[in-house]
Design a protein around this ligand. Structure first.
Ligand code: FES
Length: 62
């Protein structure tokens, strides 16, 4: 199914990036462009990350 309609990215592409090591929504965005425009798909990307057990969060350096 298409998750990111702005960039025509489906769940299979996002899952592939998660399995390849994507750590969070921004990382998925960098890798396959999902979530880089309107942002409405980002909660779905977050859910896919959680489904795969990815709970790592990156924090900006102080
Ligand atoms: S639907 Fe993904 S950025 Fe708009």
């Amino acid at each position: 199914m298409v998750v990111c309609h702005c960039n025509a990215v489906n769940d299979r592409a996002i899952r592939a990036e998660i399995l390849a090591g994507a750590l969070d929504v921004d990382d998925v965005a960098e890798r396959c462009d999902a979530g880089t425009r309107c942002g409405s798909c980002r909660p779905v990307v977050e859910a896919l990350l959680a489904e795969h057990g990815v709970t790592i969060r990156r924090f900006a350096a102080a």
